[in-house]
Design a protein around this ligand. Structure first.
Ligand SMILES: Nc1ncnc2c1ncn2[C@@H]1O[C@H](COP(=O)(O)OS(=O)(=O)O)[C@@H](OP(=O)(O)O)[C@H]1O
Ligand SMILES: Nc1ncnc2c1ncn2[C@@H]1O[C@H](COP(=O)(O)OP(=O)(O)O)[C@@H](O)[C@H]1O
Length: 197
């Protein structure tokens, strides 16, 4: 389908955009169960980075599943396509020089690996929000686990749809043991270690 689509050389290079920003582009890929804390932590980190003058953009269900991916549901096939498109969008934002944060369950290892391969080496930082199912269900911030248990929602991650935890994330956060502030500190430290900041 793309054989007659020719790449156009851009007049401003990726390096020039990067220099204007004053920090490295990167994709912080949050993954974890519903209610694990992905949105809370991505938002808290984005607030901190804004104070530091870092150019960020947060991709989450609100701006993606209501827009670009409004045609997709929660079958395995739709989740694969959801993550593929988000990976492509994250790549464009990173190419623009932005530090991208993504907050999606992204339940399948293979899909997360595909996003990593899409990006330049070292730009993909997988953040595993490792909150046990029982704790997510106790929090149940949107009442969805209750609906999943009664069968009102089907194919719910952790109940009747799989979640494959990362094997070697850049960072693992234990939200039962670490406060939101401690998690933010750990992420800022990671970004400094990886020379993103
Ligand atoms: N069946 C089912 N399974 C899981 N989640 C469901 C489902 N139906 C609706 N929701 C709500 O949609 C949010 C998950 O969307 P994602 O795009 O992150 O999912 S995925 O990455 O494609 O698996 C998820 O948001 P978070 O709770 O913020 O994770 C839910 O609020
Ligand atoms: N250390 C923590 N980190 C993140 N969230 C926490 C933490 N402790 C408690 N929570 C609570 O857990 C819930 C996580 O919900 P949310 O961020 O929407 O998760 P997700 O985006 O993964 O579905 C919020 O109500 C948040 O206040």
């Amino acid at each position: 389908m793309t054989e007659n689509v020719v790449w156009h050389r851009h007049s401003v290079s990726e390096q020039q955009r990067r220099a204007l920003k004053g920090h490295e582009p990167s994709v912080l890929w949050f993954t974890g169960l519903s209610g694990s804390g992905k949105s809370t932590l991505a938002n808290a980190l984005e607030r901190r980075l804004a104070q530091m003058g870092v150019h960020t953009y947060l991709l989450d269900g609100d701006n993606v599943r209501h827009g670009l991916n409004r045609d997709l549901g929660f079958s395995d096939t739709d989740r694969v396509e959801n993550i593929r498109r988000i990976g492509e969008v994250a790549k464009l934002f990173a190419d623009a020089g932005t530090l991208v944060l993504t907050a999606f369950i992204s339940p399948f290892r293979a899909d997360r690996a595909l996003v990593e391969q899409l990006l330049p080496q070292g730009q993909f930082l997988e953040i595993f929000v490792d909150t046990p199912l029982a704790e997510c269900e106790r929090r149940d911030p949107k009442g969805l686990y209750q609906k999943a248990r009664t069968g009102e929602i089907r194919h719910f991650t952790g109940i009747d749809s799989d979640y494959e935890p990362p094997l070697a994330p850049a960072l693992r956060l234990d939200t039962k043991a670490q406060s939101i502030e401690e998690c933010v500190e750990a992420m800022v430290t990671l970004l400094k270690q990886r020379q993103v900041l």
